[in-house]
Design a protein around this ligand. Structure first.
Ligand code: ARG
Ligand code: ZN
Length: 885
């Protein structure tokens, strides 16, 4: 059923305390739950309705007496529940080892783990499984001691000891009231890396990272990241660690990246374990960010949580913003901060922009949903983080920190809404750019779709003025035809054609206010006139990507080259590189003509590569062409094969035209000595890898064996995974003869490292398509003994790589890609609806495909839709896709 935000009602009862007892057995776990129920007098009396799914109910007692109840769908209804406070006791069983959906209590690698967000707790026991019901939990775990020597739950360990028959117990208590989605338990044969720390406030804490035996040495980076996160949150937002003990546990079967359960974060091993030999620089950075993200949730999410799931971005957007800020502060050097910002924006555009222009487009605070699991999206997370960033841009960094302080003063211990957050930031900043337009600003929460901003300049030589005309358009999205103007902060500067930063003085102002400022566009059209200018300037708009919009600034290639060379804003320098590439790609994709790179572009790129001012990480980003997905996003009608062909040609020409410079860059960016994932060394490795890829590509085309040979040697001798993977990628992407032996060698080397085998599958799944070979190989790999659909990481590594990240291999004129997709969606849906729902999203933008793709995609969608017993996850995605036809 469709659930509406407007229908929110406070519950008839609160649950204030819960005493849980688990007798853990894989086939049948017995759960006893004793709850103190409080009547919510603010609401009329009614039946007690508890959520419960896939449970076997054994008994229900109220104040120790059995009561009559009925089961209505997934609800347990007690019609005659007292109009007063009472004690409720429930006893039920669940079947962890049959739980392939990985929601609730499940087994993985011989241990027990939980995932309760959003609605998994109801698969453990009957409960008011909604985030506004917050209770204090006590948990008693009982299990076989030999198989499950470690027994963990939230909070503090009160007691543990032996029981009869080789069993033992542990008793945990979490003093902080929490919603059920933050409950967690773990039981298994695990070992821990431990660290004691004393925080600024002088309190001692025990930090632990639990993993399977043998993975311990891969937890050092996560531990260091946790320590850094704790220090950062205390320094930047005055938010301390509030628990004596903070635990992280790794598990190999997990639907998402990680989960912020109070005091007991549970992580996908892919988001936790790294070592130089098995993980890349990107993995190191990602893990630092995820450890920080989950830790930061302790305040933004746990201490202050969401009233209902429509408010999900209240905690997710804010926490992503916080982890992005943390990573930027960790990067330290200004250029490294910019690199992080570029990566974040690239990710937003690759994932969120397409979502916002497809069938599943939804607001940061949606109005309705069928399945909440479908709304853990780039819009809620990444666009939500951009909305928080805009608050900071409008009230300033200090103002934002004041707003955060007020937010916690007001709402610590509460379940609140996005409106409460907006009010706190606003009330702490009277007279700010935000306070004069708060209601309009909040349209960022309610309007889906990416705003388009057009910018054009007019120079008046006699008046020495330059007027910037800004206009915004907010295109319709499914269910939202008419939209109002958004509040769009435009951070900007002006450059002379010689590259100087010009002082910015608006008409009516007494003096220039520096060389960078923020204009606020809050109407459909608005003009800003700058005075005291001797020439028409080059406008550098939307610096640091100050708003999540598509900007059309009308700049010529000559002006973009000025920005590429001289802009003080590294984000816009990078943006210029991407725009110059798009200006060459889009016309040939539209016309189907051959692409021939011009010298202006090649010289511009050569200057980047040769620059002694830019650092390597930036060069690698600027010289990487826009992804095929991002190019598709620029087009009204998408022909994935044409895009692939154009990008391939451009890559080859860039490889050839800059061959000597690639070679010089490769040689100049070798990193000697021990491995460190710091920004400088990882930047060098990124550029060396890109250079090697270009050199091998060119060599394979010209029939030269030298660079493929060198790449193979580097692959064999590499001292870390970043270089090994870089060399292997170069061979595979160039289709070098040595690619196959290298892949085989790689598999043999790492056959006991599941996370590396995921990389092995993923690389083959996203290799550039030629004559259907990649698609055929993926189908073959489905039969590989290491492949399994049951493990989400493995399923994603092969199937998502093909369907989501390899458009040219997936969108085939014979429709075989879509047939493959439909088969996998149906197959996965029977195992794990959340993962299937994500795969179903591949067809979000099918209506924009050119023929014959469009009709074939429709047919595949219809075939999935015809299946009668789809999960709500897949059903919602498919229905919405078919509705936009
Ligand atoms: N709250 C987690 C995070 O962002 C995500 C968990 C969501 N899980 C799910 N099954 N929907 O850190
Ligand atoms: Zn989160």
């Amino acid at each position: 059923p469709l659930i509406h935000r407007e229908d929110y009602c406070a519950p008839v009862y609160w649950i204030r305390t819960v005493d849980l007892c688990f007798d853990l057995e894989p086939a049948k776990t017995l759960v006893t739950s004793k709850m103190q129920i409080e009547r919510n007098s603010a609401v009329a009396h009614g039946p007690l309705r508890l959520h419960g799914e896939e449970l076997t109910l054994l008994r229900v007692l109220i104040n120790g007496e059995s009561v009559s109840f009925r089961q209505e769908g997934d609800e347990l209804v007690i019609d005659n529940a007292p109009d007063a406070d009472f004690a409720l006791e429930i006893r039920n069983t669940c079947a962890p080892e049959k739980n392939t959906a990985l929601s609730g209590l499940y087994t993985s690698g011989g241990g027990f783990f939980t995932q309760c967000e959003a609605e998994g707790f109801r698969r453990i026991t009957y409960f008011l499984d909604r985030p506004d019901v917050m209770a204090v939990y006590s948990v008693l775990l009982r299990a076989d001691k030999a198989r499950y020597p470690v027994l963990l739950s939230n909070g503090n360990l009160l007691e543990q000891g032996a029981l009869d028959n080789g069993r033992h117990f542990a008793k945990w208590h979490d003093p902080f009231p929490k919603p059920s989605y933050l409950f967690a338990l773990v039981a298994g044969d695990l070992v821990a890396r431990e660290q004691r720390i004393t925080t600024r406030s002088g309190k001692d804490h025990l930090l632990q990272v639990y993993v399977r035996r043998g993975d311990l040495e891969k937890t050092e980076h996560a531990m260091n990241s946790l320590i850094a996160s704790i220090a950062w949150d205390e320094a930047r937002f005055k938010l301390p660690l509030d628990l004596e003990r903070f635990m992280i546990v790794g598990v190999s079967d997990f639907n998402m990246g990680a989960m912020e359960n109070k005091g007991l974060n549970i992580f996908n091993t892919s988001a936790l374990l790294v070592s130089p030999a098995t993980a890349t620089d990107a993995d190191f950075n990602r893990i630092e960010a995820i450890v920080a993200h989950e830790y930061f949730h302790n305040w933004t999410g746990n201490r202050v949580t969401c009233r209902d799931w429509f408010q999900l971005s209240l905690k997710e957007g804010l926490t992503v913003f916080r982890d992005q800020e943390f990573s930027m502060d960790m990067a330290a050097a200004p250029s490294a901060r910019a690199v992080k910002r570029i990566e974040d924006v690239r990710n937003l555009r690759a994932m969120q922009f397409p979502e916002d222009s497809g069938a599943m487009a939804h607001a940061v605070r949606p109005d309705s949903y069928v399945e909440i699991n479908n709304f853990y999206t780039p819009t809620i997370y990444e666009k939500g983080a951009e909305v928080v960033r805009m608050y900071q841009t409008l009230v300033g960094r200090e103002g934002f920190e004041k707003g955060m302080t007020l937010y916690f003063e007001r709402h610590d211990g509460q379940a609140v809404t996005c409106d409460d957050f907006a009010a706190a930031i606003n009330d702490a900043n009277p007279g700010s750019e935000l306070s004069t337009r708060l209601d309009a600003f909040k349209r960022w929460y309610s309007q889906a779709g990416t705003p388009r901003v057009q910018a054009r300049g007019r120079f008046d030589a006699s008046a020495r003025t330059w007027t910037l005309d800004l206009a915004q358009a907010n295109p319709p999205t499914p269910g939202q035809d008419d939209k109002l103007s958004q509040v769009i902060p435009v951070r900007m500067g002006l450059l002379s054609h010689a590259g100087a930063a010009l002082p910015l003085q608006l008409q009516g102002e007494d003096a220039a206010a520096g060389t960078e400022r923020v204009l606020v566009l809050d109407k459909a059209e608005q003009s800003f006139t700058f005075v005291g200018l001797d020439e028409a300037p080059v406008a550098s708009l939307l610096r640091q990507f100050s708003a999540p919009v598509v900007l059309d600034d009308g700049l010529t290639d000559a002006e973009l080259l000025v920005l590429l060379k001289f802009d003080t804003d590294a984000f816009n320098r990078w943006e210029a590189s991407q725009r110059l590439a798009l200006n060459r790609l889009l016309p040939v994709v539209r016309s189907g003509e051959e692409l021939t790179l011009d010298t202006a572009y090649i010289d511009g790129m050569r200057a980047v590569l040769r620059s002694d001012q830019l650092d390597s990480a930036f060069k690698a980003l600027a010289l990487t062409l826009p992804s095929e997905g991002y190019i598709a996003e620029q087009l009204d009608v998408i022909d994935p094969q044409r895009i692939h062909a154009a990008v391939g040609t451009m890559q080859l020409q860039l490889a050839r035209a800059l061959r000597d410079d690639w070679q010089a860059a490769f040689e100049a960016n070798q990193v000697a000595g021990g491995y460190s994932a710091d920004p400088v060394s990882s930047g060098k490795r990124a550029l060396a890898n890109l250079a090697l890829q270009m050199l091998v590509l060119d060599a394979v085309q010209t029939g030269n064996d030298i660079w493929p040979g060198r790449a193979y040697q580097r692959f064999k001798d590499a001292g870390n995974m970043t270089e090994r993977m870089g060399a292997l990628t170069a061979l595979v992407f160039a289709r070098a003869g040595l690619a196959q032996p290298a892949l085989e060698r790689f598999h043999a080397l790492f056959k006991h490292e599941p996370l590396v085998i995921d990389k092995w599958f993923a690389l083959q799944g996203r290799a550039p398509e030629l004559d259907g070979q990649v698609f055929a190989r993926v189908k073959q790999l489905m039969q590989h003994p290491d492949f399994s659909l049951k493990n989400p990481n493995r399923a994603r590594s092969l199937i998502f790589s093909l369907c989501l990240f390899n458009p040219a291999a997936f969108h085939r004129t014979d429709a075989a890609g879509y047939v493959f997709w439909a088969d996998r969606v149906l197959e996965l849906d029977a195992i794990n609806p959340q993962v299937a729902g994500r795969l179903a999203r591949v067809m979000d933008r099918w209506t924009k495909l050119a023929e014959p793709y469009r009709s074939a995609a429709h047919e595949a969608l219809a075939r999935v839709a015809a299946k009668p017993d789809l999960s709500s996850d897949v059903r919602e995605v498919i229905d919405r896709a078919l509705n936009v036809e």
